[in-house]
Design a binder for this molecule. Structure first.
Ligand code: PLP
Length: 376
């Protein structure tokens, strides 16, 4: 199978598998136990936390291990809203966020009486600073925005947003950086909270981080022991947390080289689609090169995905979380694209592991499929 679904998840790096197996078998202790077995696991986990903090240029006690970025997003949004609701009950997010953000704010709205403003996006799929300025109110306590959209690769102006919020409001900003971490430059300390996931950067599934500024308090989602500074009860998954530092380090070390290489692959695809009849590129020009969203005028995404799958190519429709439903992509719809583009879209996602030969093979397969279905 030729893999083009890296935005959904990545293979695990060989070095990470090797380290994980070693850690899993040697350091099995409960990191909260007082004896040497537990203390050793705890020491290694805290070393990993320290290394992650150094890599992100933040403090060690600002790094919280979670089970996935969905959990990190839930903790950031609900944990903050519950803690600071006495200051106001207004939250701002965008209409094209990942479901873990959208469902979190929806729950705050429906069950806990919060008021939510959903920022629109323009035809490039990005929010505007002006809309954010208009939406901010004295009772706004939290703004949650994604760095890179998972369906289109569109990049939000999060730095400008953070600067404006800091200078003009008491609200804090949370950034869902799942599709940006290790791929595009990111200065975590500019934001109040940042989420990212290990399985998008060649690490393990079930492993993620919420960076949270020291002065911020959160209400925990999982009540229990004192693990993760009391923010998530339950025995720590020390082996996974231990290998996350290495996962992040390897990703950041190759960030610049990968970006240049993946940009060249993305350009090959864009050039090909520009010369192919009936194809539309939905990702904006300035999008992250790791994601390219395209639609075919005549073939629905399900048929296209199946035809690609039969030929040995793994590609997604929209985001993985909603790829099994036939509905339009809410992200492409919000960008104002014609209906056929919102229902016929597929997401090609790339990585430094993708070869040029694989890209050319995909282009040939798409041409063949197009020819086959067009003439049916
Ligand atoms: N946020 C974005 C932008 C994503 O793309 C994803 C996963 O696809 C998530 C959050 C959720 O990540 P996880 O699978 O670690 O829960």
């Amino acid at each position: 199978m030729i893999y083009f679904d890296y935005a959904s998840t990545t293979p695990v790096r060989k070095q990470i598998i090797d380290t994980y197996i070693k850690v899993l078998s040697s350091y099995y202790g409960n990191s909260d136990s007082m004896h040497e077995v537990g203390r050793t696991a705890n020491k290694l986990m805290e070393q990993s936390r320290e290394q992650i903090a150094q890599l992100l240029k933040v403090d060690k006690d600002e790094v919280i291990f979670t089970s996935c970025a969905s959990e990190a997003n839930n903790l950031a949004i609900k944990g903050y809203a519950w803690k600071y609701q006495h200051r106001g009950k207004h939250i701002i997010t965008s209409r094209v966020e990942h479901s873990s953000v959208l469902k979190s704010v929806e729950q705050l709205k429906d069950v806990f009486g919060f008021d939510v403003t959903y920022l629109p996006v323009n035809e490039d799929g990005v929010i505007s600073l002006d809309d954010l300025k208009q939406a901010l109110r004295p009772d706004t306590i939290l703004v949650s925005l994604m760095m890179v959209n998972n369906e289109t690769g569109a990049c939000n102006p999060i730095e400008e947003c953070a600067n404006y919020i800091k200078a003009n409001s008491r609200a804090v900003i949370h950034v869902d950086a799942v599709q940006g971490m290790g791929k595009l430059p990111l200065t975590c300390a500019l934001y109040d909270m940042v989420s990212f996931s290990a399985h998008k950067i060649y690490g393990l599934k079930g492993s993620a981080v919420l960076y949270k500024k020291k002065n911020i308090e959160l209400v925990s989602l999982i009540s229990g022991g004192q693990q993760e500074m009391g923010l998530r009860g339950g025995t720590s998954n020390a082996p996974q947390n231990i290998v996350l530092a290495k996962t992040l380090r390897l990703m950041l070390e190759e960030q610049e080289l990968s970006f240049a290489y993946v940009s060249s692959l993305n350009q090959i695809l864009r050039n090909a689609f520009a010369s192919m009849d009936g194809w539309y590129v939905n990702s904006p020009k300035q999008a992250s090169p790791y994601i390219l969203n395209v639609s075919c005028a005549y073939i629905g995404s399900e048929i296209l995905l199946n035809a690609l799958n039969t030929r040995g190519f793994a590609v997604s429709a929209k985001s993985t979380c909603s790829s099994k439903s036939k509905v339009q992509s809410h992200v492409l719809k919000e960008m104002g694209l014609e209906e056929f583009r919102t229902t016929n879209a597929i997401r090609i996602s790339l990585s430094s592991m993708t070869t040029k030969q694989e890209v050319y093979a995909l282009i040939e397969a798409l041409k063949e499929i197009y020819h086959e279905y067009r003439t049916k």
